[in-house]
Design a protein around this ligand. Structure first.
Ligand code: SF4
Ligand code: SF4
Length: 267
């Protein structure tokens, strides 16, 4: 009797905190079912066993921050049928992309005793800046349910069903009171992609955008509203400069609110 080989899964790490890989390990009950559907071929965080590529699905965590990583992601693309990037680091450059607004040479000289031993790029970039990507899964960290949906979709050879609308829709569905309207709390929910189930507003906190921009984010209208609520220009700049600071809509909006002196340094 012949059996069809299981699709192979590889999990790769670039500059990141490993939190998104941990989300995969935290799938607990679902992980066993998943292990029956795919062959985990390369996943150094979980197993020492390595099955040589090519691979059917590569999950890529982390951003590209050093010259050797540019070569490595090129190789991963060559040996992977599908590349799925997971998390804010991989999809927008992550927290480490805050360097894109400053002078890396200056940071290096302040932080490291011997910066000459470091080989780092001036910018932290998402994986899609270097190779073609089949699907980008947002979040810092990613949502477990969304990850399982994406993996199931690739195993079943269908398009993942991941919403691109805003966190506000999730608030309405959950019956969460709008923290901005009811309490005047600054909230990035209107411009942030759904995925967390409106976690923060459900606990009376504003959203700080960890799932990155939704598909049609009106960042300037929200910034005007935040200013009208009493936020200072530099606070508006900072609220857009967190996990997804280098995503195009958040980057542009944050730059609109840069103090003049910062603009000179960052330009
Ligand atoms: S997206 Fe967030 S949780 Fe995931 S690796 Fe990057 S910093 Fe860690
Ligand atoms: S910050 Fe926003 S996107 Fe992140 S968990 Fe909270 S509500 Fe969700």
């Amino acid at each position: 009797m012949t059996t069809t080989p299981l699709p192979t899964l590889a999990v790769w790490k670039f500059a990141s905190c490993d939190g998104c890989q941990l989300t995969l390990l935290n799938c607990e009950d679902e992980l066993m079912a998943l292990a029956g559907q795919v062959q985990i071929a390369y996943f150094p965080e979980a197993t020492r066993a390595v099955i040589e590529g090519p691979y059917d699905v590569s999950l890529v965590e982390g951003s590209v921050t050093s010259p050797d990583e540019i070569e490595r992601i090129g190789h991963i693309r060559e040996i992977s049928k599908h590349v799925v990037t997971i998390g804010a680091c991989a999809t927008s450059g992550g927290i480490q992309a805050l360097r894109n607004f400053g002078d890396v040479a200056e940071f290096r000289s302040v932080v490291y005793a011997h910066p000459e031993y470091l080989s780092t790029l001036a910018r932290s970039t998402p994986i899609s800046a270097h190779v073609s990507v089949d699907f980008e899964l947002r979040g810092c960290p990613i949502d477990k349910g969304q990850l399982l949906e994406v993996l199931s979709a690739y195993i079943q050879r269908r398009r993942p069903r991941i919403p691109t609308y805003s966190v506000c829709v999730e608030c309405k569905r959950r019956g969460a009171i709008c923290v901005a309207v009811a309490h005047g709390t600054p909230c990035l929910g209107p411009v942030t992609q759904a995925g967390c189930g409106a976690l923060c507003p459900a606990y009376s906190r504003g959203c700080y955008g960890c799932f990155g921009p939704q598909d049609t984010p009106n960042t300037s209208a929200l910034a005007d509203r935040l200013l009208a609520m009493g936020m200072a220009q530099d606070e508006v700049m900072r609220i857009y400069r967190t996990f997804n600071a280098a995503s195009e809509p958040f980057r542009r909006e944050s730059e609109r609110h840069e103090p003049a002196v910062t603009q000179e340094v960052g330009s």
